[in-house]
Design a protein around this ligand. Structure first.
Ligand code: FAD
Length: 362
């Protein structure tokens, strides 16, 4: 099989790029792993600033129709023990964000490009050459060979293509997340259904997923001793006993499912090559405190689609290097503002989690 573009990865970044290439009439194939499990719902929040961009890409209605709900603001207790009310009413032109139902949104987007998707079970080999890329899927008799001028890494934090191309990662911290779905309660002192609170061992966020469930995620550093308590849902309440409002959301239960994983900031040392690009988390992954992971996935896909069009249709040799440079600049700006945000919390400057933000960071 020969296609102009081969996309590896089936998340928001890969699917968005596929939809945009289809609209531009650029032949592509999207490769995904067979029988992938439905992802654990993280209930990601999309800020109002992303809505305008989605509208320009003519994707807003799909995201809106498949979201859990609209969000109109959030509360946070960060830097002091007062609750701040951040209201989107003053944002323009959109006065709301979205609580994303990623699974449902992806299902809808996949329907648009399903004829150009190929699943594979095991065995993925990438042969990268200056004049093109070959991907070999499967083993023995079931083998499929796909050739494409351009190869896209949209495999999220796995960075599968980049690993095969031996591109290094720049890792900026060791933030990890543990999430659990818990029965929904409405806190008597909070009006918005998203609440962020920092505490000595890290920070946490609780938000409403739907009518019956909240999701609570705790962020700390890899290896922190609080993680051993967070392994058991029954211990969350005691682990978070010193928090002001977070603890109120936790009820005695053993039922909730837990999901842990990396949530650190990292960037690929190279985001674009002569005939490959990385998009979404594969290019650069953001701390969820920024609420910009999904926006980044959509933005990098849109910029990658433009760069691919320039390269294929107008033989623009600068399109890929420019894409890489733009993304590296964005990542530097992001790191700066993320570190500033952490430095606004000075109450536990000497605690293991916080002191890293006051000593050395890049
Ligand atoms: C706890 C937590 C909370 C978050 N909260 C927010 C938030 O509030 N707002 C926000 O905007 N962002 C948030 N994010 C970040 C956001 O979820 C990600 O940035 C976004 O989903 C990245 O999309 P992606 O398509 O780049 O990667 P992914 O969603 O990781 O998709 C990658 C895809 O590639 C597939 N894949 C991986 N390896 C292979 C392989 N070898 N072969 C084929 N396929 C492969 C995966 O199965 C997956 O389908 C949060 C993240 C975490 C961890």
């Amino acid at each position: 099989m020969k296609k102009q573009v081969i996309i590896l990865g089936n998340g928001i970044a890969g699917i968005t790029l596929a939809v945009l290439l289809q609209r531009k009439g650029i032949p592509f194939v999207l490769l995904h792993r067979e029988g992938e499990k439905q992802p654990f719902a993280l209930g990601e929040t999309l800020p109002p600033s992303a809505m305008q961009f989605l509208n320009e890409l003519k994707l807003l209605s799909i995201f809106e129709e498949n979201a859990y709900r609209k969000t109109y603001g959030y509360h946070s207790m960060w830097g002091n023990s007062r609750v701040t009310d951040i209201n989107f009413f003053h944002q323009n032109p959109y006065k709301n964000g979205l609580k994303i139902n990623k699974h449902q949104t992806l299902e809808k987007l996949r329907e648009l490009i399903k004829d150009n998707m190929i699943s594979y079970q095991k065995g993925l080999e990438v042969i990268h050459e200056v004049y093109g890329n070959t991907v070999v899927l499967g083993k023995n008799e079931g083998v499929k060979i796909i050739q494409g001028k351009i190869l896209i890494d949209a495999t999220g934090r796995n960075r599968t293509v980049l690993q095969k191309l031996k591109i290094q990662n720049e890792i900026h911290d060791e933030l990890v997340a543990v999430s659990c779905h818990i029965p929904k309660i409405q806190h008597p002192k909070l009006t918005h259904e998203v609440y962020v609170e920092s505490f000595k061992e890290g920070w946490g966020i609780v938000s409403a997923l739907n009518e019956t469930e909240n999701i609570c995620t705790i962020f700390t550093h890899k290896g922190h001793e609080i993680l051993s308590q967070l392994k058991e849902v029954s211990q969350w309440k005691s682990a978070l006993a010193e928090t002001v409002y977070l603890k109120d959301f936790l009820q005695e239960t053993n039922q909730a499912k837990l999901k842990g994983g990396n949530a650190n900031s990292s960037v690929a040392s190279q985001i674009a090559g002569s005939n490959w690009l990385a998009i979404g988390d594969a290019a650069m992954s953001f701390d969820p405190l920024s609420s910009h992971g999904i926006t980044n996935a959509i933005y990098t896909s849109a910029k990658a689609a433009e760069a691919i069009e320039k390269k294929l249709n107008f033989a623009d040799s600068e399109a890929f290097p420019e894409y890489g440079k733009t993304m590296q600049t964005i990542f530097k700006q992001y790191l700066h503002s993320k570190n500033n945000l952490y430095q606004q919390e000075t109450r536990w400057k000497d605690a293991i989690f916080w002191k890293r933000f006051f000593t050395s960071y890049s």
